[in-house]
Write a protein that binds this ligand. Structure first.
Ligand SMILES: Cc1cc2nc3c(=O)[nH]c(=O)nc-3n(C[C@H](O)[C@H](O)[C@H](O)COP(=O)(O)O)c2cc1C
Length: 186
C-alpha cells in the first residue's frame, strides 16, 4: 500500500476480531516505530507488546468507563504500550533546552503514528489510547523509575467498518507566511 493511501485510509478502530497477528508482520510494525525520528536521535521510547489476556484486562481497568476504546483493549490480539524515558529528549544534562519542556511525548507520538500507518499497510487497525490512569498502567506493566507510559495502542484485524471522522479544511488550518494569512484564496 502506498504511504498516502495508508494516511488516507487509517481510522481509529475500536472493535477487533481475535485472530492473531503473524509474528513477521508484528515485527515489521515495531520496526516502523524503531525507524521513527526522535530529538537528537535520543530514542527514548520503549515498547511493551502485550498479548496475555490477564494483562490486557488489567490495562482495560486503567481506562475510564466512558473511554470508547475500552473494548478494544481486550478484543485486540495485541496492545502495544509505549513508555518513554523522561528528561532526555529536548534536554541537556536533564534540563529542557526549549520552552516546550520535555519532548518525550512528541517523540512517542511520532513513533506510535508510524506503528498506526505500518499496521494500516498490512490491513490492520489501531487506535491511539491516551486517556487512562497512567500511574495504574505503569504498575501493571512494571515501568521503571524515570520512565512514563505515554500511550497504549490496540492492534488487530477489524471487526467493524470504522466511520470517517471529519477534518477542518486546509483553508481554515493552514496559512501563508504569517498566522492568519490564508494560503488558499477564494
Ligand atoms: C494522542 C491521542 C490520544 C487518543 N486517545 C484516545 C482514547 O483514549 N480513546 C479513544 O477512544 N480514542 C482516542 N484517540 C483517538 C481519537 O479520538 C481519534 O484519532 C480522532 O477522533 C480522529 O479519528 P480517526 O483516528 O478515526 O481519524 C486518541 C488520539 C490521539 C492522537
Amino acid at each position: 500500500m502506498e504511504l498516502l493511501k495508508a494516511i488516507r485510509d487509517r481510522r481509529s478502530v475500536r472493535h477487533y476480531r481475535s485472530d492473531n497477528i503473524p509474528d513477521e508482520i508484528l515485527i515489521e510494525i515495531l520496526e516502523a516505530a524503531r525507524r521513527a525520528p526522535s530529538w537528537a536521535n535520543t530514542q527514548v521510547c520503549r515498547y511493551i507488546v502485550v498479548k496475555e489476556a490477564r494483562v490486557k484486562e488489567a490495562l482495560q481497568d486503567c481506562l475510564g468507563p466512558q473511554n470508547p476504546a475500552r473494548a478494544a483493549m481486550v478484543e485486540a490480539p495485541v496492545v502495544i504500550c509505549a513508555a518513554a524515558q523522561r528528561n532526555v529528549s529536548g534536554c541537556r544534562n536533564g534540563a529542557p533546552v526549549t520552552n516546550k519542556g520535555d519532548w518525550f511525548m512528541f517523540d512517542a507520538g511520532i513513533a506510535l503514528e508510524h506503528i498506526a500507518l505500518a499496521a494500516c499497510n498490512f490491513g490492520l487497525g489501531t487506535v491511539h489510547v491516551g486517556s487512562f490512569d497512567a500511574g495504574k498502567a505503569e504498575q501493571v506493566l512494571g515501568i521503571p523509575e524515570g520512565y512514563s507510559i505515554t500511550e497504549m495502542m490496540p492492534v488487530g484485524y477489524f471487526d467493524e467498518v470504522p466511520r470517517e471522522t471529519p477534518r477542518k479544511p486546509l483553508s481554515e488550518t493552514t496559512y501563508l507566511d504569517r498566522f492568519g494569512e490564508p494560503l488558499l484564496k477564494g
